[in-house]
Design a binder for this molecule. Structure first.
Ligand SMILES: C[S@@+](CC[C@H](N)C(=O)[O-])C[C@H]1O[C@@H](n2cnc3c(N)ncnc32)[C@H](O)[C@@H]1O
Length: 362
């Protein structure tokens, strides 16, 4: 069975248990998707399986499947899908069994149960307007678009960080219908400002509507352009070093390295940037095109002397970076390009002397 027919089986299973799967009759036509070409590739059938799988949340007593809104039985779903998974060609790498990139469906399930579901069950309650927003997504949009919305538990993480830092100058990159921006706006101070960007006009309009409904419009600013354009505009307007918190969830994940460089200019030391979707399983079922780039991006962050980075394996993964040191990005790139540590050490020494001089002049 191909991944496509596996998806069909999964959705049909929703019907078999009375779920009716994802009927399209109540969905309007998908909006134009040209601006998020990257996402078209990312939202593969295998990803849809993973998302449906993770949303199956069988261990939340009394809660229906998030997509089908019907009760589900994860054990019978597993039983039904296992023959398909078992019939796939084994690709175990040499070495210790399980040491490669392969994850069993059951393994993926256990992972999601031990992260997403616990995170959902054992957290403070979601603000009602955000629950309403998520319901609206499923009700009105086709599934492949509805799943672009931020998962509940990730919204909670953002809100927690923003509140803990008392962040007041915030950027939301890739706003979509507004979930992440509202999650942050509801907890930040009255005088906080959140600059958002969304290149898709229709999504941007819906986000504005949801801001109004949530009572947070006064804190919001919408830039109907790409994240790179908005960030460069802010730098040109003299906002370098002024930003407290950035949430990056732009659809074109391959842009993360470029966005990171702009983020390093905009954040002050002590500011935080959170990258979403940074953890992808790589196996037959859950394989996902941008995985190698994401891995590379995480490695890049791990070796970036300007940040302290932590990859949190919660559902799709978030990487939280705190900016600990300001370094000129171009100088850093050139020091790294020369290959040796000497250039990097010289650059860091130079920076330390500059900081010492700044302190002495105070
Ligand atoms: C996964 S969705 C974001 C979800 C959103 N953060 C939320 O809380 O629901 C990704 C969004 O990024 C937008 N996008 C794509 N490329 C972009 C870019 N270069 N800059 C900013 N946004 C972009 C897409 O239109 C899409 O709405």
């Amino acid at each position: 069975m191909t991944p496509l027919s596996l998806t069909s089986a999964l959705l049909a299973w929703g019907g078999a248990t009375g779920g009716g799967a994802m009927t399209t009759s109540r969905c309007r036509a998908p909006p134009v998707v040209s601006q998020w070409g990257g996402f078209k590739v990312q939202k593969s059938d295998r990803l849809l399986i993973r998302e449906a799988w993770e949303r199956a949340d069988a261990y939340r007593p009394g809660k229906p499947n998030w997509f089908t809104q019907k009760p589900k039985d994860l054990a019978s779903l597993h039983e039904e899908l296992m023959p398909t998974i078992s019939s796939m060609e084994p690709k175990d790498p040499p070495g210790i069994p399980g040491s490669g990139n392969k994850t069993s469906l059951l393994g993926a399930l256990l992972k999601s149960l031990s992260t997403g579901d616990l995170a959902l069950t054992l957290c403070s309650k979601e603000p009602p307007v955000l629950t309403e927003l998520r319901d609206w997504l499923v009700e009105v949009l086709p599934m492949e678009i509805a799943v672009l919305g931020l998962p509940e538990e990730q919204g909670r993480v953002l809100a927690t960080l923003v509140r803990a830092m008392d962040a007041r100058r915030i950027l939301d990159l890739g706003t979509f219908i507004g979930y992440s921006s509202i999650a942050m706006a509801l907890v930040c101070a009255d005088d906080a400002k959140i600059a958002c960007c969304e290149p898709d006009t229709e999504y941007a309009r819906s986000a504005r509507d949801w801001w109004l409904k949530s009572g947070v419009s006064a804190k919001m600013q919408m830039h109907e352009c790409t994240a790179q354009t908005m960030m460069q505009r802010l730098i040109d307007n003299g906002e370098a070093g002024e930003v407290d918190f950035i949430f990056c969830d732009v659809g074109e994940r391959e842009l993360y390295p470029e966005i990171h460089e702009l983020a390093m200019q905009l954040l002050h030391v002590g500011g935080v940037v959170v990258y979403y979707d940074t953890l992808w399983a790589a196996d037959e079922v859950l394989d996902h095109a941008p995985y190698p780039q994401m891995r590379q991006f995480n490695e890049q962050l791990a070796h970036d002397p300007r940040v302290l980075a932590s990859l949190v394996p919660l559902s799709y993964g978030i990487t939280i970076c705190i900016k600990t040191l300001h370094l000129d990005g171009a100088a850093l790139a050139s020091a790294k390009a020369t290959g040796g540590d000497d250039e990097l050490v010289a650059l860091l020494r130079e920076r330390r002397e500059a900081v010492a001089a700044e302190i002495a002049a105070l």
